[in-house]
Ligand binder design. Structure first.
Ligand SMILES: [Zn+2]
Ligand SMILES: [Zn+2]
Length: 167
């Protein structure tokens, strides 16, 4: 199992392979270490997470392990090429490019493997049979975690200010 997460201490993106129940997650940037919860990993084989290993959330969802930037790059390249073809009045070529771009995106989506993602902290889990009992993305659960995060940010902001000095 491979995990990719944002270090809670320094926010660096950390990627660690070969995670088992006895692993610790050590940040490669600031060396802060995250303790994996005792019941966090079903031993397998292959090992898979029962919950998020980085934050207190127990809710994960299945998503395609699709590099969003690559998908976006393909769409932009396709649009640019079709605009050129349009400028040259190559009508068939224009639509061929647009159709081809959409087809590549669909094929990539179909053949990309699944991975697990945490609603709360966004950490990703990859590996064979990783999805386990978790289901797809649920907007309600996402919204719950988003509002929770917003409340925590508000709470942090309204911490009483230091008493003012002087009269
Ligand atoms: Zn760190
Ligand atoms: Zn998490």
């Amino acid at each position: 199992m491979r995990i990719t997460y944002a270090c809670p201490a320094c926010d660096a993106t950390v990627s660690i392979d070969g995670i088992t129940a006895r692993s610790t997650l050590d940040c490669t940037s600031c060396a802060a270490s995250v303790q994996i919860p005792e019941d966090g990993i079903a031993p397998g084989p292959p090992p898979k997470p029962r919950r998020c290993l980085v934050c207190p959330s127990t809710e994960l969802f299945v998503r395609k392990d699709f590099p969003q930037r690559l998908g976006l790059a393909i769409v932009i390249a396709g649009l640019a090429a079709s605009c050129l073809a349009w400028a040259w009045r190559e009508l068939i070529l224009t639509f061929a490019i647009l159709f081809g771009t959409a087809l590549v995106d669909v094929l990539l989506y179909i053949f990309m493997p699944d991975c697990l993602s945490c609603y709360r902290c966004g950490s990703r889990y990859r590996g064979e049979g990783i999805t386990g009992a978790f289901g797809g993305f649920d907007l309600e659960t996402h919204e719950k975690h988003r509002q929770q995060a917003a409340r925590m940010r508000d709470a942090a902001r309204t911490v009483p200010a230091e008493p003012s000095h002087g009269p």
